[in-house]
Design a protein around this ligand. Structure first.
Ligand code: DQA
Length: 154
């Protein structure tokens, strides 16, 4: 075990504050607050510390990414629709230079063609994507993040 828990910045992008009133078949029925509680519990069981951030404003997400150095060890990001077109967020992740896992509740690869695009494709920091597993995907993502951080330390 590490001396202190790895710090995971869990970031939710545009429209994710509307969980609970979005299509339950795609996104489930949990509100964002309920999802965050679940993520926090799962993370604690895995020995990870979490901090949460949500915004509907692209510039705010970018400024948060700029501030992360020395504040987090890794990023778990559900960018919402930004992941399909917001190239400035890709650049900000590059600048943040932290291992990043991209997550989507729904299976973006089996939906409209524009959702199959990820602006993070080819970005070295994004070491994995979890998509289409609903809220359970967050637990998988946290386990993958821990593995990646342990590997990096090794
Ligand atoms: C999403 C998928 C995106 O395509 C969509 O725009 C969202 C949510 C997901 O979690 O499945 O807002 O990121």
């Amino acid at each position: 075990m590490s001396a202190r828990a790895w710090r995971i910045e869990v970031m939710h992008g545009v429209n994710l504050d509307q969980l609970g009133r979005r299509d339950p078949l795609l996104y489930g029925t949990l509100t964002l607050a309920e999802l965050e509680r679940r993520i926090e519990t799962d993370a604690r069981e895995l020995g990870l510390a979490t901090r949460f951030f949500h915004t509907n404003h692209e510039g705010e997400l970018i400024e948060r990414l700029h501030s992360l150095r020395d504040q987090a060890d890794a990023i778990l990001l559900n960018p919402g629709a930004w992941g399909h077109y917001a190239w400035a967020i890709r650049d900000a992740l590059d600048i943040a230079a932290l291992p990043t896992l991209e997550i989507h509740l729904s299976d973006v690869q089996s939906r409209e063609p524009w959702r199959r695009v990820s602006v993070f494709d080819g970005l070295e920091q994004r070491f994995a994507t979890v998509s289409g597993r609903g809220p359970d995907g967050y637990r998988d993502a946290l386990a993958l993040l821990r593995e990646e951080l342990e590997r990096g330390r090794g």
